[in-house]
Design a protein around this ligand. Structure first.
Ligand code: ATP
Ligand code: MG
Ligand code: FE
Length: 338
């Protein structure tokens, strides 16, 4: 099956072609970072308009990259939620219209399902079941994954997501937008432990997280004793990495599973990867990541999730009905009928 995947849930327009049995044929992402930088955050109306502007050209380019015509498409997958309503509608409307015009099934995909299946795109893919650590801009969750659409929430952030904490902390430190990668880069030049930040909920015993207090703690340091920015960034990163690593370990212990899958933008963080590598290797467990370019939002993970659903027995629906779900808990998605 050749599946086209469209993503427009936030500030990246992503398009990809995936063929079952062959792999990724082509994929392109247009980031709106420059568009939103002046505002220090994503402006929903500007995001929707830019998706409208970019999506048709991206689809043409991806088809050309793969040397295929629209008639070779066998299904169209798109992110149906969660995300910004107006932004989601762009890929949803385009995908449903294309599916109706071409007479192929449309597949609405949960954005986080895309993120968490993305490590399976790698040559060395993990088998089910596994624990997934989803660390993105909007979510921090530990899930037990038993198959496509079979997700059990083990724990999640009670306030800010890990990526959100990186972004907000970067902002209070005066780092350029988007803050996460900039803060991580600065952290790699500093030394953690020169002063201490809290490890929120490290010993809460459950698999939940809390990251909003870290930003406040950083603000307190900035206002009071002060600190070399690189050292402050390093300590902040170490605090987030400590908590994520500890809770991932706990989730593996509690479930008795030996495979950990990391997905979402913060999964690109090198310090986090180093610690998770070490934690799993020491116990004979294994950790799997998407390639760094596929950690943040992209169409490849959506095309791939669509193909996985088809392979697992999903039929999709006849194109034409445009519905998006801006709020959509991942553990309520339905497994494809086998
Ligand atoms: P969601 O998927 O929950 O809707 P999102 O799509 O905005 O949110 P992603 O695209 O998965 O999130 O990831 C973006 C987040 O990842 C941002 O918060 C960004 O700061 C963070 N991020 C990206 N690279 C790094 C890095 N190297 N270190 C830390 N954080 C990073
Ligand atoms: Mg983004
Ligand atoms: Fe995302």
């Amino acid at each position: 099956m050749i599946v086209l995947g469209l993503e427009s849930s936030c500030d990246e327009t992503g398009v990809a072609l995936y063929e079952t049995g062959r792999g990724l044929l082509a994929h392109r992402v247009h980031s709106q970072i420059d568009l939103h930088a002046a505002y220090g955050g994503v402006v929903p109306e500007l995001a929707s308009r830019d998706h409208v502007r970019r999506l048709p050209a991206l689809i043409r380019q991806v088809m050309a990259d793969a040397g295929l015509g629209l008639n070779s498409l066998e299904a169209i997958a798109y992110t149906a939620g969660p995300g910004l309503a107006g932004a989601l509608l762009v890929a949803a409307g385009t995908a449903e219209a294309m599916a109706a015009a071409l007479g192929v099934p449309a597949l609405p995909i949960h954005h986080l399902e895309g993120h968490l299946l993305s490590p399976l795109l790698a040559a060395d893919a993990p088998a089910f079941p596994f624990v997934a650590l989803l660390v993105s801009g909007g979510h921090t969750q530990l899930m037990r994954v038993d198959g496509v659409g079979r997700y059990q929430l083990l724990g999640e952030s009670v306030d800010d997501a890990a990526g959100e904490a990186f972004d907000k902390t970067a902002k209070v430190m005066g780092l350029p937008y988007p803050g996460g990668p900039a803060l991580a880069q600065l952290a790699d030049q500093g030394r953690a432990g020169r002063f201490s930040l809290p490890r929120p909920m490290l010993h809460s015993g459950d698999l939940n997280f809390s990251f909003s207090g870290l930003k406040t703690a950083v603000m307190t340091v900035l206002r009071g004793e002060g600190a070399a920015p690189a050292d402050l960034a390093a300590e902040f990163q170490a605090a987030v990495v400590d908590v994520l690593t500890h809770k991932a370990k706990l989730a593996l212990k509690q479930t008795g599973l030996k495979r950990l899958v990391v997905a979402g933008g913060v999964g690109a963080n090198q310090a986090l990867r180093a610690r998770l590598d070490e934690m799993t290797a020491r116990r004979g467990w294994r950790v799997y990541y998407p390639e760094p370019a596929l950690c943040t939002d992209n169409g490849a993970m959506i095309a791939f999730a669509g193909a996985m659903r088809l392979a697992a027995g999903a039929a999709g629906h006849a194109g034409g009905a445009v519905t998006v779900r801006p709020r959509w808990p991942l553990d309520t998605v339905v497994a494809p009928a086998a």
